[in-house]
Design a protein around this ligand. Structure first.
Ligand code: ATP
Ligand code: MG
Length: 235
Protein backbone atom coordinates (compact mmCIF):
# COMPACT_ATOMS: atom_id res chain seq x y z
CA UNK A 1 0.00 0.00 0.00
CA UNK A 2 1.24 3.47 -0.91
CA UNK A 3 -0.01 6.26 1.34
CA UNK A 4 0.77 9.88 0.49
CA UNK A 5 -0.29 12.61 2.91
CA UNK A 6 0.04 16.35 2.53
CA UNK A 7 2.67 16.24 -0.21
CA UNK A 8 4.10 19.66 -1.07
CA UNK A 9 6.66 20.49 -3.75
CA UNK A 10 7.95 23.94 -4.55
CA UNK A 11 10.46 24.87 -7.25
CA UNK A 12 12.31 28.02 -6.23
CA UNK A 13 10.02 30.81 -5.16
CA UNK A 14 7.11 30.19 -7.52
CA UNK A 15 3.76 28.92 -6.25
CA UNK A 16 3.89 25.27 -5.20
CA UNK A 17 3.80 22.63 -7.94
CA UNK A 18 2.11 20.29 -5.46
CA UNK A 19 0.06 21.78 -2.70
CA UNK A 20 -0.99 19.21 -0.10
CA UNK A 21 -1.74 16.08 -2.11
CA UNK A 22 -3.29 13.03 -0.40
CA UNK A 23 -3.37 9.80 -2.38
CA UNK A 24 -3.31 6.03 -1.87
CA UNK A 25 -2.68 2.97 -4.00
CA UNK A 26 -3.85 -0.26 -2.37
CA UNK A 27 -2.56 -3.77 -3.14
CA UNK A 28 -3.90 -4.93 -6.51
CA UNK A 29 -4.97 -1.46 -7.60
CA UNK A 30 -4.38 0.42 -10.82
CA UNK A 31 -4.89 4.09 -10.05
CA UNK A 32 -4.78 6.84 -12.64
CA UNK A 33 -3.63 10.40 -12.13
CA UNK A 34 -5.31 12.80 -14.53
CA UNK A 35 -4.51 16.43 -15.03
CA UNK A 36 -3.68 19.03 -17.64
CA UNK A 37 -0.14 20.13 -18.57
CA UNK A 38 1.58 21.60 -15.54
CA UNK A 39 -0.89 20.22 -12.99
CA UNK A 40 1.89 18.41 -11.11
CA UNK A 41 1.78 14.80 -12.26
CA UNK A 42 5.48 14.43 -13.04
CA UNK A 43 6.45 16.35 -9.90
CA UNK A 44 4.52 13.81 -7.84
CA UNK A 45 6.39 10.96 -9.51
CA UNK A 46 9.76 12.65 -9.03
CA UNK A 47 8.96 13.11 -5.34
CA UNK A 48 7.88 9.49 -4.92
CA UNK A 49 11.07 8.30 -6.70
CA UNK A 50 13.32 10.30 -4.39
CA UNK A 51 14.43 12.71 -7.13
CA UNK A 52 12.87 15.83 -5.66
CA UNK A 53 12.72 17.35 -2.19
CA UNK A 54 9.26 17.68 -0.73
CA UNK A 55 7.28 18.17 2.46
CA UNK A 56 4.73 15.63 3.60
CA UNK A 57 4.47 11.98 4.41
CA UNK A 58 5.07 9.06 2.03
CA UNK A 59 4.58 5.54 3.39
CA UNK A 60 5.00 2.29 1.51
CA UNK A 61 3.91 -0.94 3.16
CA UNK A 62 3.75 1.00 6.40
CA UNK A 63 7.34 2.31 6.26
CA UNK A 64 8.32 5.95 5.88
CA UNK A 65 10.10 6.04 2.50
CA UNK A 66 9.93 9.80 2.10
CA UNK A 67 13.58 10.50 2.84
CA UNK A 68 15.16 7.52 1.12
CA UNK A 69 17.49 7.88 -1.81
CA UNK A 70 16.31 6.82 -5.28
CA UNK A 71 18.14 3.46 -5.29
CA UNK A 72 16.75 2.62 -1.85
CA UNK A 73 13.24 3.42 -3.04
CA UNK A 74 13.66 1.08 -6.03
CA UNK A 75 14.98 -1.58 -3.64
CA UNK A 76 11.81 -1.16 -1.55
CA UNK A 77 9.75 -2.00 -4.63
CA UNK A 78 8.82 1.33 -6.24
CA UNK A 79 10.03 1.80 -9.84
CA UNK A 80 9.29 4.67 -12.18
CA UNK A 81 9.02 4.75 -15.94
CA UNK A 82 9.67 8.44 -16.52
CA UNK A 83 8.00 10.78 -18.97
CA UNK A 84 9.76 10.80 -22.34
CA UNK A 85 11.30 7.33 -22.07
CA UNK A 86 14.88 8.40 -21.36
CA UNK A 87 16.54 5.36 -22.89
CA UNK A 88 20.22 5.18 -23.83
CA UNK A 89 19.85 5.27 -27.63
CA UNK A 90 23.32 3.85 -28.44
CA UNK A 91 23.01 0.89 -26.09
CA UNK A 92 21.23 -2.27 -27.14
CA UNK A 93 17.66 -2.87 -26.01
CA UNK A 94 18.90 -5.70 -23.79
CA UNK A 95 21.50 -3.46 -22.10
CA UNK A 96 18.85 -0.80 -21.51
CA UNK A 97 16.60 -3.42 -19.93
CA UNK A 98 19.35 -4.89 -17.75
CA UNK A 99 20.17 -1.43 -16.41
CA UNK A 100 16.73 -1.45 -14.84
CA UNK A 101 17.79 -4.43 -12.76
CA UNK A 102 20.85 -2.61 -11.45
CA UNK A 103 19.59 -2.51 -7.88
CA UNK A 104 19.18 -6.29 -7.84
CA UNK A 105 22.27 -6.92 -9.99
CA UNK A 106 23.71 -9.68 -7.84
CA UNK A 107 20.72 -11.88 -8.63
CA UNK A 108 21.61 -13.04 -12.16
CA UNK A 109 18.88 -15.68 -12.34
CA UNK A 110 16.17 -13.32 -11.09
CA UNK A 111 17.30 -10.77 -13.69
CA UNK A 112 17.15 -13.34 -16.50
CA UNK A 113 13.64 -14.34 -15.40
CA UNK A 114 12.55 -10.71 -15.31
CA UNK A 115 13.94 -10.22 -18.83
CA UNK A 116 11.99 -13.26 -20.01
CA UNK A 117 8.78 -11.83 -18.49
CA UNK A 118 9.32 -8.48 -20.23
CA UNK A 119 9.85 -10.27 -23.57
CA UNK A 120 6.67 -12.30 -23.05
CA UNK A 121 4.71 -9.14 -22.30
CA UNK A 122 6.19 -7.23 -25.25
CA UNK A 123 7.02 -9.66 -28.10
CA UNK A 124 8.28 -6.76 -30.25
CA UNK A 125 10.97 -6.18 -27.65
CA UNK A 126 12.21 -9.77 -27.87
CA UNK A 127 12.75 -9.34 -31.62
CA UNK A 128 14.84 -6.21 -31.02
CA UNK A 129 17.01 -7.18 -28.04
CA UNK A 130 20.27 -6.66 -29.97
CA UNK A 131 19.24 -3.48 -31.78
CA UNK A 132 20.31 -0.08 -30.44
CA UNK A 133 17.34 1.36 -28.52
CA UNK A 134 17.50 4.51 -30.64
CA UNK A 135 16.65 2.50 -33.75
CA UNK A 136 13.23 1.45 -32.44
CA UNK A 137 9.89 3.10 -33.18
CA UNK A 138 8.40 5.40 -30.55
CA UNK A 139 5.96 2.75 -29.40
CA UNK A 140 8.66 0.10 -29.18
CA UNK A 141 10.90 2.47 -27.19
CA UNK A 142 8.05 3.05 -24.79
CA UNK A 143 7.74 -0.70 -24.29
CA UNK A 144 11.47 -0.87 -23.54
CA UNK A 145 11.12 1.98 -21.04
CA UNK A 146 8.29 0.19 -19.22
CA UNK A 147 10.22 -3.06 -19.47
CA UNK A 148 13.25 -1.42 -17.89
CA UNK A 149 11.15 -0.36 -14.90
CA UNK A 150 9.75 -3.90 -14.66
CA UNK A 151 13.29 -5.31 -14.55
CA UNK A 152 13.50 -3.99 -10.99
CA UNK A 153 10.57 -6.33 -10.23
CA UNK A 154 8.59 -3.55 -8.55
CA UNK A 155 5.58 -3.96 -6.30
CA UNK A 156 4.45 -0.50 -7.41
CA UNK A 157 5.02 0.77 -10.93
CA UNK A 158 4.87 4.52 -11.58
CA UNK A 159 4.08 5.26 -15.22
CA UNK A 160 4.31 8.84 -16.41
CA UNK A 161 2.28 9.30 -19.61
CA UNK A 162 3.25 6.04 -21.32
CA UNK A 163 0.95 6.80 -24.28
CA UNK A 164 2.52 10.18 -25.05
CA UNK A 165 3.27 10.48 -28.76
CA UNK A 166 1.84 7.09 -29.68
CA UNK A 167 -0.66 6.50 -32.47
CA UNK A 168 -4.21 5.85 -31.19
CA UNK A 169 -3.96 2.15 -32.05
CA UNK A 170 -0.72 1.89 -30.04
CA UNK A 171 -2.23 3.72 -27.07
CA UNK A 172 -4.75 0.97 -26.41
CA UNK A 173 -2.14 -1.78 -26.91
CA UNK A 174 0.14 -0.03 -24.44
CA UNK A 175 -2.59 0.33 -21.85
CA UNK A 176 -3.65 -3.29 -22.36
CA UNK A 177 -0.09 -4.24 -21.44
CA UNK A 178 -0.30 -2.03 -18.35
CA UNK A 179 -3.56 -3.73 -17.37
CA UNK A 180 -1.86 -7.13 -17.77
CA UNK A 181 1.02 -6.02 -15.52
CA UNK A 182 -1.55 -4.92 -12.92
CA UNK A 183 -3.54 -8.16 -13.15
CA UNK A 184 -0.31 -10.09 -12.54
CA UNK A 185 -0.17 -8.39 -9.12
CA UNK A 186 1.79 -5.14 -9.55
CA UNK A 187 0.23 -1.95 -8.17
CA UNK A 188 0.17 0.77 -10.82
CA UNK A 189 0.01 4.55 -10.58
CA UNK A 190 -0.56 5.85 -14.10
CA UNK A 191 -0.35 9.50 -15.09
CA UNK A 192 -2.23 10.17 -18.31
CA UNK A 193 -3.71 12.97 -20.34
CA UNK A 194 -5.55 10.36 -22.33
CA UNK A 195 -8.27 10.13 -19.67
CA UNK A 196 -10.69 7.95 -21.53
CA UNK A 197 -8.11 5.23 -22.20
CA UNK A 198 -6.62 5.45 -18.69
CA UNK A 199 -10.01 5.16 -16.99
CA UNK A 200 -10.79 2.10 -19.10
CA UNK A 201 -8.06 0.13 -17.30
CA UNK A 202 -7.93 1.87 -13.87
CA UNK A 203 -9.88 0.99 -10.74
CA UNK A 204 -9.79 4.52 -9.34
CA UNK A 205 -8.49 7.91 -10.26
CA UNK A 206 -7.49 11.36 -9.05
CA UNK A 207 -7.72 14.62 -10.97
CA UNK A 208 -4.98 17.15 -10.28
CA UNK A 209 -5.29 20.85 -11.03
CA UNK A 210 -2.67 23.40 -10.02
CA UNK A 211 -1.04 20.94 -7.66
CA UNK A 212 -4.21 19.98 -5.80
CA UNK A 213 -6.50 16.97 -5.98
CA UNK A 214 -9.78 18.46 -7.19
CA UNK A 215 -11.63 15.20 -7.76
CA UNK A 216 -11.25 11.53 -6.90
CA UNK A 217 -13.36 8.45 -7.29
CA UNK A 218 -13.90 5.13 -8.98
CA UNK A 219 -13.07 4.91 -12.67
CA UNK A 220 -16.76 4.69 -13.59
CA UNK A 221 -17.65 7.73 -11.45
CA UNK A 222 -14.90 9.77 -13.09
CA UNK A 223 -15.87 8.62 -16.58
CA UNK A 224 -19.33 10.08 -16.00
CA UNK A 225 -18.16 13.26 -14.31
CA UNK A 226 -18.95 16.40 -16.30
CA UNK A 227 -15.68 18.14 -15.41
CA UNK A 228 -13.65 15.14 -16.54
CA UNK A 229 -15.66 14.84 -19.74
CA UNK A 230 -15.23 18.51 -20.54
CA UNK A 231 -11.58 18.82 -19.59
CA UNK A 232 -10.17 15.54 -20.84
CA UNK A 233 -12.53 13.53 -22.94
CA UNK A 234 -13.85 16.36 -25.04
CA UNK A 235 -17.46 15.24 -24.85
N1 ATP B 1 12.40 21.65 -12.86
C1 ATP B 1 11.44 22.57 -12.67
N2 ATP B 1 11.75 23.83 -12.28
C2 ATP B 1 10.80 24.76 -12.07
N3 ATP B 1 9.48 24.53 -12.19
C3 ATP B 1 9.10 23.30 -12.57
C4 ATP B 1 10.05 22.25 -12.83
N4 ATP B 1 9.37 21.13 -13.19
C5 ATP B 1 8.07 21.46 -13.16
N5 ATP B 1 7.89 22.75 -12.79
C6 ATP B 1 6.61 23.45 -12.63
O1 ATP B 1 5.81 22.68 -11.73
C7 ATP B 1 4.46 22.60 -12.18
C8 ATP B 1 4.05 21.16 -12.36
O2 ATP B 1 4.80 20.58 -13.42
P1 ATP B 1 4.78 19.03 -13.74
O3 ATP B 1 5.83 18.76 -14.73
O4 ATP B 1 4.82 18.28 -12.46
O5 ATP B 1 3.32 18.88 -14.39
P2 ATP B 1 2.69 17.70 -15.26
O6 ATP B 1 1.31 17.49 -14.74
O7 ATP B 1 3.60 16.53 -15.27
O8 ATP B 1 2.62 18.35 -16.70
P3 ATP B 1 2.69 17.62 -18.15
O9 ATP B 1 1.37 17.01 -18.39
O10 ATP B 1 2.96 18.76 -19.09
O11 ATP B 1 3.80 16.63 -18.12
C9 ATP B 1 4.40 23.43 -13.45
O12 ATP B 1 3.94 24.71 -13.13
C10 ATP B 1 5.84 23.48 -13.92
O13 ATP B 1 6.09 24.66 -14.62
MG1 MG C 1 4.50 15.49 -16.76
Amino acid sequence: MLEVRGLRVRYGTSSPALDGVDLTVAPGECVTLLGANGSGKSSLFSALSGLLRFDGDVRFEGDDVGKLRPAAIVARGIAQCPEGRKLFPELSVEKNLRLGAYVGRRDRRGTDEALERVCTLFPDVRDKLRAPAGALSGGQQQMVAIGRALMARPKLLLLDEPSLGLAPRMVQAMLDAVAAINRAGTMVLLAEQNAYAALSIAHRGYVLANGKVVLEGSASTLQQNELVKKAFIGA
